[in-house]
Each structure stands twice: as C-alpha cells, then as structure tokens.
Ligand binder design. Structure first.
Ligand SMILES: [Zn+2]
Length: 387
C-alpha cells in the first residue's frame, strides 16, 4: 500500500507550452494547465481560501499565459512566477494532489452510492436514536448511510409530537412547504382528504414535490401511531438503482428520460399553482446520476415534439414497470417511535393501502434544506476525517 506521504511528495516537474506535468513520489503524474494554475492562485491578492472567495478573474490573464519560472521546494510546495508581471503563486503539494484532475484521481474522489433493491438490501440501513444523540459517531453513521443508501431508519425516538422538529432541525433548517413546516399525515375514517397522503389508498412510489424547481432535499417521517393490520406500510425504491437497470436494459429509453422534460403541476384551491418541467434523470458531466424526479401523482400534460411522444411513452412505461416492481421495493411497517429520513432526489417513497378498520395511523412529515444539510455533513466529515 502506498503511504500517504509519498502521494503528496513532488518528485519532478516538467513544463510544456500550455501545461505543467507534476510527478509524484508514488508514481502518479498530474497535468495542470497554466490557466487552471493561475486561476487557482489563492494569494492574498487573488482570493481568500478561508471563505472560498476569489478576486482574480481569468480575463485578467493573458491568453498565451506562461510561467517565467517554476520551482518546487522541499517536495512540499510548487512555486510559479507568471509572465508578464512576475505575479507569484505558491501551491501546497497536498492541495495540488487533492485537486489533480486526471481521470484516475477524479474517479478516486467520486462517491459511489450503494445501489440496492429488496433482494440486495439484507437489512435496512438504521441507527438508534440513543446512538445519534450520544456521540458524533452515531450521527456520522447515520450520515454515511444516507450518503451510501440514500435512506436511514432511526429507531426508538420518543413517539411524541415535538420530537420530529428538534431532531430534524439538528440537520438543517426546516423547509416551508404547501403543507406548512410540519405536515400531519393522519389517516382514519374521518380524516379530511386535503392531501392524497391522508387518504387510505395505495400510494405509488414517487419523489415529492416534483412540480417545484428544487424539490425538498432530505425528507423525514416520524411515526406516532401505527395500525397493526399489515396495511399502511411505507415503501421505498432506490431511484438510482432503477435508473441503472434501465440504462443497462434499454439505453435508448434511458437516454430519452435524460434528455426530454416531463411536466408536473400542483393546484390547490386558489392558493397554489405550481408547475415545473424537468427530465426524469439528471446526470453530471461524467454521466453519473445526480437527481431522479418521478411523480405520477402530479403530472401535467406531456409537452414534447410530436416525433418523440410514442417512444417517450414507451420509455415511461418501462420506467414505471421498474419502480412498481416488488423486486425493487423495500417495505417497512413504521412503528411508533420509528423515524425514516431519505434523500428525495434519489429515493422514491409510497405506501400500501390502509385497511378499513378503525385504527388510526399518524405520521409527521417535514423536510430539511438540502444545501444546509450537505454543509453540515461536509463539516462533520472534515472534522472527523471520515472520507
Ligand atoms: Zn495570486
């Protein structure tokens, strides 16, 4: 195994007209373009790395940017002075290696989510409330599950009303939604039908609020009361898993769902008229999945070029066959005190039908801002050197 020290030691540097090759003691070679290096100078004139701020702008650099001199000192830093004004940039070797953009290093930095279905997931990712409350490690385990699986169950919370707010707020600010900050999902024979979540019918797996430009990031359900007749079980589907299955089995269908937009809408009395269109699958520039948006609960009429409509419906049919297939569905009967939190940009959720007995089911629902959640996760991982 290569030692960390070797990885961060510069052994040689070579320059050509547009870029610099940095050779490392562990044998790796990085290529850094001059424009990238100049752009990432964080001297006090060019920026402030503590706040991620930058003062230097690339239009201020000459198009044919070249170094006057390149030096590396003590294996640990690289120094460049630039033509024409002699501006001096110093790069820490470890920082350079950590930002090397060779395909090997970019792949190495990529987080690979653990894709799952009902067969591969031997037991649902879970932690106890005691562990999360008691120490950072419990909370880190929870965050790791969320990052890897997109979902984590938390057991043994007090089945009391205020618990959801205090627990979820420790991960970021609660989002204001159409339903307020916390939504009471109460199903009994007398419940109002204001939301489909309050009805007793089967709910097909979906991601929430697909009709919004930025659907809620992390969703929480806390169970206060459950019926024991086997109905009303929560269902979860790994949207990344079904996307990858579709990509494998029918690349053309996958391509259509990445390229063309589906339309969603939500109307509620005279207060709400939300509409948004987006592809079902959003990919990053390396074709990794970034976001899944699936909701057959609030569709708007498809609005696509005539020539695409038939093939798009065929692709949508295949997709629906996947996310309604029990093979991909994790079923969990939430018990009082159980909480589940999941990534609404990856995980679909639904519910089996609720029986017609008199028992009540009471879940409380809220969501936390995705960026603040991510920020807390980043800080915690940094503090504990977790990844
Ligand atoms: Zn500078």
């Amino acid at each position: 195994m290569k030692s960390q020290a070797q990885q961060y030691k510069i052994s040689n540097v070579q320059a050509d007209q547009k870029k610099l090759f940095v050779y490392w003691a562990d044998g790796h070679r990085s290529t850094f373009h001059y424009i990238w290096l100049r752009d990432n100078c964080y001297c006090s004139m060019c920026g402030d790395p503590r706040h991620g701020e930058k003062h230097f702008q690339i239009i201020d650099a000459p198009v044919d940017l070249e170094p006057l001199a390149v030096d590396w000192d003590n294996d640990r830093k690289l120094e460049i002075s630039w033509k024409p004004d002699g501006h001096r940039s110093i790069y820490n070797a470890q920082w350079l290696r950590q930002h090397c953009y060779s395909s090997q290093e970019r792949e190495h930095r990529q987080h690979h989510p653990i894709l799952w279905d009902s067969q591969t997931l031997i037991s649902p990712p879970q932690v106890t409330y005691e562990a999360v409350k008691a120490e950072d490690l419990g909370r880190l385990q929870l965050l790791k599950h969320l990052k890897d699986y997109g979902i984590c169950f938390v057991r043994n919370l007090p089945p009391e009303t205020a618990t959801l707010e205090s627990f979820s707020q420790s991960f970021g600010p609660l989002l204001e939604t159409n339903y307020g900050r916390v939504f009471e999902i109460v199903v009994d024979r007398k419940s109002s039908q204001r939301s489909i979540a309050n009805s007793a019918k089967n709910l097909i797996p979906h991601t929430d609020d697909a009709y919004q430009s930025a659907p809620p990031g992390i969703i929480f359900f806390h169970c206060l009361m459950a019926n024991n007749d086997g109905g009303g079980q929560s269902t979860f589907v790994d949207g990344f898993q079904i996307a990858e299955v579709l990509r494998q089995e029918d690349p053309e269908a996958f391509e259509l769902l990445c390229r063309y937009e589906v339309s969603f809408q939500k109307h509620y009395q005279a207060r709400i008229d939300m509409r948004f269109s987006s592809p079902v699958f959003c990919l990053d520039s390396d074709d990794n999945l970034k976001q899944v948006r699936i909701s057959n609960l609030f569709p708007a009429p498809l609005d696509l070029p005539e020539a695409v409509v038939e093939s798009f419906y065929a692709a949508s049919r295949k997709l629906m066959q996947l996310y309604t297939d029990p093979k991909y569905c994790l079923k969990q009967g939430l018990q009082p005190g159980d909480l589940v939190m999941f990534d609404n940009h990856r995980i679909l959720h639904g519910r089996t039908a609720i029986g017609s007995n008199n028992q009540r089911r009471h879940l409380r629902y809220c969501s936390v801002d995705r960026d603040y959640f991510q920020s807390r996760q980043n800080l915690m991982e940094k503090e504990h050197d977790f990844y």
